[in-house]
Design a protein around this ligand. Structure first.
Ligand code: FRU
Length: 540
C-alpha cells in the first residue's frame, strides 16, 4: 500500500516486505558483515519463521541474499528460531539455533556453511544428527531457547548459555562442548532472577574496564568485566547487568544490585527487544543489534505489507565514569550518510518558547545537541522532593521549573504533529539536580490507532558534563542517545503530516524558570541502499 510508504525507513535495515523480528547470528566473515533475522516470508505478522540473510561492507548498506534456513526438518518444522554464530580460532563458522519441532518442543540445532570459501555464505547445511540439545529434565519443553555465541573456558571447552525459566524465575542455563555436537550440562546457572519469567535471547559478553575496544567472547581476566543481557518475554524489554564472571563456579554476579533494580538496566527505554551483540574483529569493537517493532496496529502492518526494522548497530563499551553502566553509540559508519549540515550555536531558549530550526526538510536527520540551564535559574529554583518519571508524567506539556526542554522532531509547520525528545531536571531536597530523559509520543501523530506512550528514564549526569543528546531521525523511527549513550530511547512514530518534505525540526523549552542555552548541529542524512544482491555485480 503506497499510502503508507512514508513510514518506511531510509537507512535502517528492513527486508523488502513482510514480518521481521530478532537479529540472528550477526558476524564478520571474510570482509562482509552478515546479518540473519527472524522472518516470516508469508506476511506482515509473526508466523512460520525462517532465517532471512543479508550482507554488508559497512553495517549500513545491505544486500539481501536468499533465505539462509527454512523450516524443512521435523526439528524446526514449527520455526527456525533465534540463534548465534561462533567463529572458531581456525575460522570455522558454527551456527546454533533453536528449532520448534513438529510437536512444538524447543530444541537446539547446529548448522554450518556449505562452502566456507564463499564469503557470502549463501548455502547452509543443517547437521544431520540434529537436534544437538533437548530440554533438560525439569524444564518445560516450551522454555528452552536462543543459544548464545560460545566462549572458551580455561579448560579449553566451548561454553554456551540458553535462556529458560523455573516457575517464575528467569534462568540462564550453561552447557559445555568440545565439538558443538555433544554437550554436557554445567552445574548451576549463569544467572537467575526470581519473578522475571522466561528469559529470551540471553547475551553474555566481556567488556574492557580500561580501553574503548571491544572484546572477543572468550576474553577474561584482569581489566575485564562481563555483561549478561536478557530479554524478558513478560515485559518485552532488554535488561543488562555489568558484573563479574566466576568461571570456576560458572556464575555471574552483578556489581551493583541496587542500581540494577533486581534485573538490570535497560539498553533502551523505548521499543527495543531481542538484541544481540557480536565481536567485530575487523574494527576491534563489540556491536549491538536490536529488533525495533512497530507501535501501529496489526491491521496497519498488513496494509503496508511489512513490520519491524532493526536499530542502527551500536558499539557497546563500559561507561568508565559510572563503572556499572554501558555506553551505546551508533556505529561510526552511519556518519557516511551525513550530507549537508546546519549549526546553531548558543541559542537562548526562553521559558515557554518554541524555536524553529531552519534546516529545510527533516525526515532523515542526524542531530547532536547540547543544553545548559543558566546558573541564575538554577540558583533561584526552590528545592523539591517531587519525583519525576517520564512514563507517568504529562510529557512535554507538563511544565516544571527546570524542564522539559529539548527538540521537537518529526514536526509539521503548524505543530499539529511533533515528537518531543527532552530533558527534565528537578532540584532535589538535597539541592542535587536529578535529570530525566524522555520521548513523548502523545502528539506524534493525528492517527488514532498507533501507540502514544511517553518513554524515558532518569539519566546520570556527572559534574563536568553538559546535557547532551544525539538523535537519529528516519521517517518513522527516532533513536536517541543521551549523555554519550548512557541512556537510550527508541520510538516508533507515525506522522501523517510531518512526512517527507513537510517534516520540520524545532527547539522547545517548556520550563517555567529555566532559560536554556542550546547548541545544535544537524545533518541531513542520505538514504542507504538496502536491496537484493545482484549476482552480476562484483564484490565491491
Ligand atoms: C524473541 C523470540 C525468541 C524466539 C524467536 C521466535 O523475540 O520469541 O525467543 O527464538 O523470537 O521468532
Amino acid at each position: 500500500n503506497s499510502m503508507l510508504s512514508w513510514q518506511r525507513t531510509a537507512y535502517h535495515f528492513q527486508p523488502e516486505k513482510n514480518w521481521m523480528n530478532d537479529p540472528n547470528g550477526p558476524m564478520y566473515y571474510k570482509g562482509w558483515y552478515h546479518f540473519f533475522y527472524q522472518y516470516n516470508p508469508e506476511g506482515a505478522v509473526w508466523g512460520s519463521i525462517v532465517w532471512g540473510h543479508a550482507v554488508s561492507r559497512d553495517l549500513i548498506h545491505w544486500l539481501h541474499l536468499p533465505l539462509a534456513m527454512v523450516a524443512d526438518q521435523w526439528y524446526d518444522q514449527n520455526g527456525v528460531w533465534t540463534g548465534s554464530a561462533t567463529i572458531l580460532p581456525d575460522g570455522q563458522v558454527i551456527m546454533l539455533y533453536t528449532g520448534s519441532t513438529n510437536e512444538s518442543v524447543q530444541v537446539q540445532n547446529l548448522a554450518y556453511p556449505a562452502d566456507p570459501s564463499d564469503p557470502l555464505l549463501v548455502d547452509w547445511i543443517k547437521y544431520p544428527s540434529n537436534p544437538v540439545l533437548f530440554p533438560p529434565p525439569g524444564i518445560d519443553t516450551k522454555d528452552f531457547r536462543d543459544p548464545t555465541t560460545a566462549w572458551l573456558t580455561s579448560e579449553g571447552k566451548w561454553r554456551i548459555s540458553i535462556g529458560s525459566k523455573l516457575n517464575k524465575t528467569g534462568i540462564a542455563l550453561l552447557y559445555d562442548t568440545n565439538d558443538f555436537k555433544t554437550y554436557e550440562r554445567v552445574e548451576g546457572l549463569l544467572r537467575a532472577v526470581p519473578g522475571t519469567g522466561m528469559w529470551e535471547c540471553v547475551d553474555f559478553f566481556p567488556v574492557s574496564s580500561e580501553g574503548e575496544n571491544g572484546l572477543d567472547a572468550s576474553i577474561n581476566g584482569e581489566n575485564v568485566k562481563h555483561v549478561v543481557k536478557v530479554s524478558l518475554d513478560d515485559d518485552r524489554h532488554d535488561y543488562y547487568a555489568v558484573g563479574t564472571y566466576d568461571e570456576k563456579n560458572a556464575k555471574f554476579t552483578p556489581d551493583d544490585l541496587n542500581n540494577d533494580v533486581g534485573i538490570g538496566l535497560r539498553y533502551d527505554y523505548g521499543i527495543f527487544y531481542a538484541s544481540k551483540t557480536f565481536y567485530d574483529e575487523s574494527k576491534g569493537r563489540r556491536v549491538l543489534w536490536s529488533w525495533i517493532g512497530e507501535s501501529d496496529s496489526e491491521y496497519a502492518d498488513v496494509a503496508k505489507g511489512w513490520a519491524s526494522i532493526q536499530g542502527i548497530p551500536r558499539t557497546v563499551t563500559l561507561d568508565k565514569k559510572t563503572g556499572s553502566s554501558l555506553l551505546q553509540w551508533p556505529v561510526a559508519e552511519v556518519e557516511s550518510l551525513r550530507l549537508g549540515s546546519n549549526e546553531f550555536e548558543n541559542l537562548k531558549v526562553k521559558p515557554g518558547s518554541v524555536v524553529p530550526l531552519e534546516i529545510g526538510t527533516a525526515a532523515q536527520l542526524d542531530i547532536i545537541a547540547e543544553f545548559e540551564i543558566d546558573n541564575k535559574s538554577l540558583e533561584m529554583t526552590a528545592q523539591s522532593n517531587k519525583e519525576y518519571e517520564c512514563s507517568t508524567s504529562g510529557g512535554a506539556a507538563e511544565r516544571g521549573a527546570l524542564g522539559p526542554f529539548g527538540l521537537l522532531v518529526l514536526a509539521d509547520d503548524d505543530l499539529s504533529e511533533y515528537t518531543p525528545t527532552y530533558f527534565y531536571v528537578v532540584k532535589g531536597s538535597d539541592g542535587q539536580l536529578k535529570t530525566s530523559f524522555c520521548s513523548d509520543q502523545l502528539r506524534s501523530s493525528l492517527a488514532t490507532d498507533v501507540g502514544k506512550k511517553i518513554f524515558g528514564s532518569s539519566v546520570t549526569v556527572l559534574g563536568d558534563e553538559k546535557l547532551s543528546v544525539r538523535i537519529l531521525v528516519d521517517h518513522s523511527v527516532v533513536e536517541s542517545f543521551a549523555q554519550g549513550g548512557r541512556t537510550c530511547v527508541t520510538s516508533r512514530v507515525y506522522p501523517t503530516k510531518a512526512i517527507y518534505g513537510a517534516a520540520r525540526l524545532f527547539l522547545f523549552n517548556n520550563a517555567t524558570e529555566a532559560t536554556v542555552t542550546a547548541s545544535v548541529k544537524v545533518w541531513q542524512m542520505n538514504s542507504a541502499f538496502i536491496r537484493p544482491f545482484n549476482p552480476q555485480e562484483s564484490n565491491s
